[in-house]
Design a protein around this ligand. Structure first.
Ligand SMILES: [Zn+2]
Length: 358
């Protein structure tokens, strides 16, 4: 009888243990179903380790990811900064992070609302904190995908695929053919993922600064003033002297379609006050040369002056985009001849009109 009771007791314990919810960390950050368009060959990302647990993730080209992300492996969790152009790209990022650590991603930080930095948000389950500026939330809740930058990008994808197919048809070199095929596959997968897009806003917001503490690690999220958009934040690790800048400061030029170029110059002065050695930008490779901040400020000042001058002369935005001559900055920035991207010029025209009305 005693043996029977003991057996019954064991059965009860075992069934309770089975019934208790189990925490499976490996899937806790991600929704369960893989999105469309994740297929690719080889690695989608190159992870550059810049400090203990701190990585810069740069696309290899086998999958469309567009912007860079960064991730921080802490004692118990992982924090991801920016999540790329599509649900597929973010999904594959998490798959490849699992090869570095099995700790769960608990937190995502969006440096700003642009599609190539925040369109992976939807793959995270609702236990994940997605942190961004209040403006980033407003944009992703509102008309972010109706803005010219994304509209031009997504409506241009089918034509881009057709062009690549035409080039492939007339190409005879086997290496170039292979490269074109790879680009076509990546673009088609990207298009499939864009069709599943549901813009997803941050569920935690800030307007000035926020600090996360993880063991001995301090992670500052700082708003430094309007610039690339009205709500860019940078992620600053004071101990590691690393700053993740999104498009507020890239390795080269940054798009201006939602920017405040004259205020951006001042906001970049605020960036200079942070004590960092390494910049992990949203586009291009990591760098340590702080002089790049000044080169970009000088360029931005001259874009503003030059475009304002052309507008004053009655030149259309389309013509100003061709004529604005910034070639004197070509020693430090990738500028091959006269011209400024049209979206940037249109943005400056709009800002000047708004200010003239005031
Ligand atoms: Zn951007």
């Amino acid at each position: 009888m005693r043996r029977l009771l003991a057996l019954a007791f064991l059965v009860v314990i075992a069934s309770v243990a089975l019934w208790l919810p189990r925490r499976d960390h490996s899937v806790s950050a991600q929704s369960r179903q893989a999105p469309a368009g994740t297929a690719h060959s080889g690695k989608a990302f190159k992870f550059n380790k810049v400090s203990e647990g701190v990585y810069h993730a740069v696309g290899t080209g086998s999958l469309a990811v567009v912007g860079n992300s960064s991730f921080i492996v802490n004692d118990d969790d992982v924090i991801v900064v920016d999540d790329h152009v599509s649900p597929a790209a973010a999904w594959v990022l998490l798959e490849e992070i699992k090869e570095v650590t099995n700790k769960p991603v608990t937190t995502v930080i969006n440096t700003h609302f642009h599609f190539d930095h925040a369109h992976g948000n939807q793959i995270f389950d609702n236990r994940v904190n997605i942190i961004g500026h209040e403006f980033t939330r407003q944009m992703l809740l509102g008309n972010s995908i109706g803005m010219p930058l994304y509209r031009n990008y997504v409506t241009g994808l089918p034509g881009q695929i057709d062009d690549l197919k035409k080039r492939l048809a007339s190409e005879s070199d086997a290496t170039t053919q292979a490269s074109l095929e790879r680009q076509i596959t990546a673009a088609q997968n990207n298009l499939a993922s864009q069709r599943e897009l549901k813009p997803t806003p941050p569920n935690v917001t800030l307007t000035d600064r926020m600090t996360l503490y993880r063991g001995s690690r301090e992670i500052q999220i700082r708003y430094l003033g309007r610039g690339h958009t009205a709500g860019d934040v940078v992620v600053f690790l004071p101990r590691e002297k690393v700053v993740m800048t999104g498009d507020f400061l890239t390795a080269a030029l940054s798009n201006m379609s939602d920017s405040f170029p004259d205020e951006w110059v001042k906001s970049l002065d605020n960036l200079k006050t942070l004590d960092f050695e390494t910049v992990l930008p949203g586009h291009g490779e990591a760098f340590t040369d702080k002089a790049k901040i000044g080169y970009f400020q000088d360029y931005m000042r001259d874009v503003w002056t030059e475009v304002s001058r052309l507008k004053q002369q009655g030149v259309s935005a389309e013509d100003a985009a061709k004529r604005a001559d910034l070639t004197k900055h070509s020693a430090h920035l990738p500028i091959n001849g006269p011209g400024v991207p049209l979206l940037g010029v249109q943005r400056i025209y709009t800002l000047l009109d708004e200010r003239a009305r005031r």
